[in-house]
Design a protein around this ligand. Sequence first.
Ligand code: TYM
Length: 387
Amino acid sequence: MADEEMVVTPWEVVGEIDYSKLMEQFGTQPLSEDLLNKFRKHSGELHIQLRRGIFFSHRDLDWLLERYDAGEKFILYTGRGPSGNVHLGHVIPWLFTKHLQDIFDARLYFQLTDDEKFLISQNLTLEDTLHLTYENALDVLASGFDPKKTFLISDVKNVQTLYRIAVEVAKTVTYSTAKAVFGFKESSNIGILFFPAIQAAPCFLESATSGRNVPCLIPAAIDQDPYWRIARDAAPKLGYYKPAQMHCKFLPGLGKGGKMSSSMPETCIFTIDPPKVAEKKIMNAFTGGRSTVEEQKKMGANPHICPIYHYERFLFEPDDAKLAEIENTCKSGGLLCGEHKATLAPKVIKFLKEYQERREKAKDVVSDCFIDSCDRKLQEALGLERF
Ligand code: TYM
């Protein structure tokens, strides 16, 4: 895995990821101390994912915060490609997005790309991706978003909400640009060639609907960045603000190297995993440990390649002092991998149980959160007569 060439696209993440190199390749900016200080003015103590550099890069966040300070509110936009069950990796940017919704009191547009996943999959039917849209939407709501301020979009079912904007975006993007950004081939189907315009559309939805320019912030892992290059190119041509982004790193899978990815289900913890299943996966995970207990006690382990340590860092150990202690005792050989797994497992189980309870409750409200059935809600929110 380590010697594989790094490839990061919306559909493929392979090789060892060098995030500094990615920022350079994609032309994004690091989240500097100065910017984090500006952020702190709104959030108080920084969110765990900012303190620990999990969200690490951005575009135009400084601009967005300046506009906010000048009294201009922004919308949030993020999403999910419903190709299977939701895993803990997906939840990482959603928990941060919920934090942003809370501190900035922002409306969230959440896109479920049932078209994209149908178009790129060899075996998923449209029925499958539509069913997964519903299932994944329960996870979205279980992440804690305010249903009154959250608008879910199923591309296939709610396309009339997006199509006008998508067509306008599509006209600004040449085949050669799309090919350079996404690596399309002669064999790519024509649906996926148009799709980037559909993923760009929610960036401008509120501006198009309300008739005034509304800034947009997109929190997501950095694999989605190619889409925002298209959206940002199109924006000034259509008279909209360029959408701003915050990018996060990938939660690793339970195997050796690589991000948590549904294409390797055995290395994923899914939000619907029964506690016993999740526990078993954790106990069988790869670690940064040595081959024998004696060796580990003497030479210590490597937390930086260890998913168990990273789960604490991304999500499960909110106390920075305790995290530092875990890192140090791991390095010094004072913490053995079996012991560490056994202390992580109950934290994961608690998280999953609470998540699953909220997911169950979401069944009562989910259909009202899709944008068609909440047009009235959106009209009211925007103070409009007609949508
Ligand atoms: P999808 O379903 O591949 O991923 C959903 C979200 O999860 C992020 N992500 C991860 N974050 C941390 N660790 C991981 N291991 C991990 N794996 C995935 C993704 O970056 C994404 O934020 N085309 C999109 C759907 C979409 C979208 C959007 C995503 C439509 N509009 C706007 C973000 C923002 C997709 O297939 O995401």
